[in-house]
Design a protein around this ligand. Structure first.
Ligand code: RP5
Length: 168
């Protein structure tokens, strides 16, 4: 499926971030989904700056066909937890690298969810965003054999590339 199709079909994955400043890292999750032809939508909505907008969006997400939500936030990064509290859709949290604490604050805020409302937490920054995209693909692939095949091919090509690398 082409990049264009992944933008025009009904979105299966929502990528939410707390600020436009998160986009540089979070667009890497979008790029992965586009690469796999997974329809997605991306938006800025904040747990503390736009709380009503966030809750309205998240509570309507499942009914609109969203099957996975990726949420990126930095600092006191409560966005993924708040999102998870308002939906049964699985939520993948991506801690943003923060200026003062290099993302350790974001990581601990997201990963240390108290029991009962889980957030699957990825690594800090762009690597976490890429892996969130890949994990979303893997979740969707459970019920979509063609997507599973693409994921298998992706891993195969990745391994081939690494094995071809030479050291100076
Ligand atoms: C969080 O605060 C956002 O997720 C962002 O990572 C961080 C800083 O936001 P800005 O001050 O750059 O808008 O809500």
């Amino acid at each position: 499926m082409s990049d264009e199709t992944s933008r025009t079909s009904v979105p299966l994955v929502a990528i939410i971030m707390g600020s436009k400043s998160d986009w540089e890292a979070m667009k890497q999750a979008r790029d992965v989904l586009d690469q796999f032809g997974v329809a997605n939508e991306c938006l800025v909505s904040s747990a503390h700056r736009t709380p009503q907008h966030l809750v309205a969006y998240v509570t309507g997400a499942a009914a609109r066909g969203i099957e996975v939500i990726i949420a990126g936030a930095g600092g006191a990064a409560h966005l993924p937890g708040v999102v998870a509290a308002h939906t049964l859709v699985p939520v993948l949290g991506v801690p943003m690298e923060s200026k003062s604490l290099k993302g350790l604050d974001s990581l601990l805020s997201i990963v240390q969810m108290p029991r009962g409302i889980p957030v699957g937490t990825l690594a800090i920054g762009g690597s976490g965003a890429v892996n969130a995209g890949l994990l979303a693909v893997a979740i969707l692939a459970n019920a979509r054999p063609e997507l599973r095949e693409k994921l298998r091919k992706y891993r195969e090509e990745q391994a081939e590339k690494i094995l071809k690398e030479t050291l100076e």
